[in-house]
Write a protein that binds this ligand. Structure first.
Ligand code: ATP
Ligand code: MG
Length: 113
């Protein structure tokens, strides 16, 4: 089991969510976050706007995936989020040792979808 985290441009959140649903993903967590990449936010701020912070608004999408689905999930996110501009986002995956569906008590891969 894997946890895929994608931090993307907010305007791409809908497309990424749809792409994941098209893959059959049913559960995901979507959060509004403040991010900083290698530009530290500077070149992503609007010219002339007063800079309150060196972070930029991003959306974080977290999705649990079966190991065999990992590459497909990542590629779907990339395809939906890519524009070629700086700040397009970053995706990473970490192994997950346990998942539990509270209602049923299912543990492990059965609890993912
Ligand atoms: N090394 C990192 N650790 C944790 N979060 C990161 C890291 N790099 C980027 N992020 C998160 O991902 C968001 C998007 O990153 P971003 O697309 O700007 O990456 P980048 O490495 O700066 O690439 P680019 O040059 O294309 O902008 C950041 O705003 C931040 O929330
Ligand atoms: Mg960046």
């Amino acid at each position: 089991m894997q946890l895929v985290t994608a931090v993307i441009q907010p305007e791409k959140a809908g497309a990424v969510k749809q792409a994941l649903q098209d893959l059959g993903v049913r559960g995901m967590t979507i959060s509004q976050v403040a991010g900083m990449g290698r530009q530290a936010g500077h070149t992503e701020t609007y010219r002339g706007a007063k800079v309150q912070s060196d972070t930029v608004d991003k959306v974080r999408i977290e999705v649990l995936a079966h190991d065999e689905d990992l590459d497909g999930v990542i590629e779907a996110i990339v395809a939906a989020a890519h524009t070629g501009n700086i700040g397009d986002g970053k995706i990473w995956a970490v192994p997950v040792t346990q998942v539990v569906r509270v209602r049923t008590g299912e543990h492990g891969p059965d609890a993912i979808d």
